[in-house]
Design a protein around this ligand. Structure first.
Ligand code: PRE
Length: 256
């Protein structure tokens, strides 16, 4: 029988397991729309070429410079945001916003964007964009940035999920944390039936969001802009496992 989580909101600025799951559901829309946008363009391989081992690819330069600009205006002040290039980000040029401190400080700095970067470019992208080169490199890189940021935000949101789970069951989690027992933590935080629903829902959203819309009811529906089974597989193989990895990493240092 599946565990039932307590959904009390007494300790966490109103965050409950229910409300963090609602956020994950809304973030699915952002991820799927960003994949649909990226799928407009072919692979465009010159974006990802390195001239040498030291010089960055075009996409790296565009992401790095975009992050630097967004950092100045406070993007990475938010505990929900993590940069792909955290070194040497410029200082804020606006007053800092006071985000509520929900996360435990040692877990707040977990950043697995290097892994997300590699999976996105090496494994995911070839699955859902057509081969080819149409020269639209900057718009394509802008779409890559959107996809990367949406995936990163969703996966690192595992910190908030882990925090509410810990607050709901401090004894169960505390024991596993003190023993630094990753397997038990993974078991405690896994809800198989929720994962099954997520996979089915994202496939359905990909089908609905990615269909051709025509005023003529007789028009044949074309194929989806992004294959729903690819989106479901993305969640099954990478998004949920990486979210759980973040949850475990966060919990391991929750009592530091
Ligand atoms: O909803 C949760 O409880 C989560 O931890 C999130 C999530 C997911 O990534 O969607 C991860 C682990 C659970 O097994 C179910 C779903």
């Amino acid at each position: 029988m599946e565990k039932v989580a307590n959904t009390s909101d007494s300790d966490n600025n109103g965050l409950t397991l229910e409300s963090v799951r609602q956020s994950l559901i809304r973030q699915e829309d952002t991820i799927i729309f960003s994949l649909i946008e990226r799928a407009k363009y072919p692979f465009n391989s010159p974006l990802y070429d390195h001239d040498s081992l030291v010089s960055p690819s075009m996409v790296e330069s565009i992401v790095k410079d975009s992050e630097a600009l967004q950092a100045k205006f406070g993007r990475y002040e938010s505990p929900e945001e993590n940069p792909f290039f955290p070194d040497s980000l410029p200082p804020l040029v606006v007053p800092p916003h006071n985000y509520p401190q929900i996360l435990h400080p040692s877990g707040a700095s977990i950043n697995i964007n290097k892994t997300i970067w590699d999976i996105y470019f090496k494994q995911l992208l070839p699955l859902f964009v057509p081969k080819g080169d149409d020269g639209n490199y900057v718009p394509t890189a802008a779409c890559d940035l959107q996809c990367l940021q949406a995936l990163s935000r969703r996966i690192h949101y595992g910190k908030f999920v882990a925090e509410v789970k810990f607050i709901d069951a401090p004894e169960d989690y505390g024991q596993a944390i003190r023993a630094q027992d990753k397997d038990t933590l993974m078991k405690l935080l896994t809800f198989v039936s929720v994962e099954e629903m997520v996979k089915r829902r994202v496939a359905k959203k990909a089908m609905i969001f990615g269909q051709e819309v025509s005023l003529n009811d007789d028009d044949k529906k074309g194929k989806c802009k992004v294959d729903p089974s690819v989106v479901s597989c993305l969640y099954d193989k990478w998004v949920m496992p990486l979210t759980k990895l973040v949850e475990v990493e966060y919990l391991l240092c929750r009592l530091d």
